[in-house]
Design a protein around this ligand. Structure first.
Ligand code: UD1
Ligand code: CA
Length: 448
């Protein structure tokens, strides 16, 4: 049966105490709603509709590249009213699955199960020690579901029921359409409750099927920042567990955060307080030291990254050694066996095989050949206040400490630059370039 998914995301999210719409708050750096949409896409439906309301423009602008249809709910008159905004766009023969923009970690396997019985109304439930606030699943003495009763409409006997409605349900479009048309708002909140369709289904002799989820995190909604933090921790631990099971040693699973997708080889070792973000791929035997942040990087085998490095949008080839305290900025490419040491910043530069930049340097907009040694404190002066210029350093060059290379400038193969030089002209192949004042000694000098 064809599947159509409706994601409800029109609520205000008052308890977040935020100017940002609730569904744009993030888990692992990704908006709650995007988690839900990504899961929905994974189910390969005919159509995904997102019902938006509060902060809608901002939500759409943030997620506008996703393959979903946006349906406005002008006034938030309840979950039933929200679904009613989207149901006209769904063909009769579809199965409809209702998801929530603020329930981000739903398990696709459970959703598939929920959508597999086309003739019934399928409700995803869970059992909670403290069911306060949730709609209760009311069953008859044969155990069949009779209704869902909201907390605010529940009597004492109903309130002690621990099986609750997660809100997620699936049923055939034709039936859903007719039930929605009959909803009213005669309840304590004067809202059109989606949950009222359960009692209607009972009246219509449509079987109610429940799937019960045992892992509460998979159906937990986010209403405040405490719940957001709870889900973040749960999600992080899942991801780190997966990495460990795939052959990565993580010194402390509670102190590695993954905010994106990590592809990892074997025998990697990750020390504490590391953040991996975006798309990170790590080769075999890579080691990452404590307090390092890596975003969007391709790191080959046997690379050693020491502590306190910040690395973004870079490619690092086999056997490089980075840090401690190194910063690699976007569009940097390091070939095999390159060493980047402490307090070195490299931006938009390529460094060829075996070259070393070990101490206190800034290398920007540069092309560095192989076998080059860049002395401590070397700076490429790439910016003239208006434009950026390129520094080219060819193979086997030796750059003495405290050199400034005023770009655009080229240093040819095998050249040597004396320490403390300011290089403003090209340096020819194999020559020694010096630009410093000769040392003088004044005899008998007395301090003032
Ligand atoms: C709802 C269920 C309850 C269930 C609980 C699970 C109903 C009537 N009740 O209650 O049985 O236990 O979820 O969390 O369905 N929304 C809209 N438009 C609206 C109203 C809500 O888009 O007009 C969206 C909200 O953004 C939210 C979701 O629907 O994502 C649930 O709404 P909420 O008001 O939080 O429902 P609950 O009272 O929690
Ligand atoms: Ca809720």
């Amino acid at each position: 049966m064809k599947l159509s998914i409706i994601i409800l995301a029109a609520g205000l999210g008052k308890r977040m105490c935020s100017k940002l719409p609730k569904v744009l708050h993030c888990i692992a750096g990704k908006p709650l709603l995007k988690h839900v949409i990504d899961t929905a896409i994974g189910l390969k439906p005919e159509k995904i509709q997102v019902v938006y309301g509060h902060g809608g423009e901002q939500v759409i602008n943030t997620l506008d590249d996703l393959p979903v249809e946006w349906v406005q709910q002008e006034q938030q008159l309840g979950t039933g009213h929200a679904v009613a905004q989207a149901i006209p766009n769904i063909a009769d023969d579809n199965m409809v699955l209702i998801l929530y923009g603020d329930v981000p970690l739903i398990n696709p396997v459970n959703l598939q199960k929920l959508c597999s019985s086309p003739t019934s109304l399928n409700v995803l439930t869970t059992k909670l020690d403290n069911p306060t606030g949730y709609g209760r699943i009311v069953r008859n003495d044969k155990g069949q579901v009779e209704a869902i009763v909201e907390e605010k409409d529940a009597d004492f006997k109903t309130k002690i029921i621990q099986e609750v409605n997660t809100g997620i349900l699936a049923t055939q479009a034709t039936k859903l359409r007719s039930w929605l048309a009959n909803l009213d708002n005669n309840n304590s909140q004067t809202e059109y409750y989606l949950t009222d369709i359960i009692a209607m289904a009972v009246t219509d002799n449509v079987p109610i099927h429940t799937n019960t989820v045992s892992n509460k995190y998979e159906v937990m909604g986010v209403n405040n920042r405490l719940q957001l933090a709870d889900l973040e921790r749960y999600y992080q631990l899942q991801q780190v567990n997966n990495l460990m099971l795939a052959g990565v040693t993580v010194q402390d699973p509670n102190r590695l955060d993954i905010r994106g997708v990590v592809k990892a080889g074997y025998d990697i070792n990750i020390d504490i307080n590391v953040i991996l973000a975006g798309n990170v791929s790590l080769g075999n035997r890579v080691t990452i030291g404590a307090n390092t942040i890596i975003r969007n990087a391709k790191i080959a085998d046997d690379v050693e990254i020491l502590s306190n490095c910040v690395i973004e949008d870079v490619v690092i080839e086999t056997g490089c050694k980075i840090g401690p305290f190194a910063r690699l900025r976007p569009e940097t490419k390091l070939a095999e066996q390159v060493h980047i040491g402490n307090f070195v910043e490299v931006k938009k530069s390529t460094v060829a095989k075996g070259s070393k930049i070990n101490h206190l340097s800034y290398i920007g907009d540069s092309e560095i050949g192989s076998g080059v040694n860049v002395g401590a404190g070397t700076i490429t002066c790439n910016y003239d206040g208006t434009n950026k210029h390129k520094t080219v350093i060819k193979n086997d060059v030796f750059i003495g400490s405290d050199t400034q290379l005023i770009a655009p400038v080229t240093v040819e193969d095998g050249a040597t630059i004396g320490a403390g030089s300011t290089i403003s002209k090209n340096v020819a192949k194999g020559t020694l370039a010096l630009s410093r004042v000769e040392q003088r000694s004044i005899d008998g000098w007395k301090r003032p």
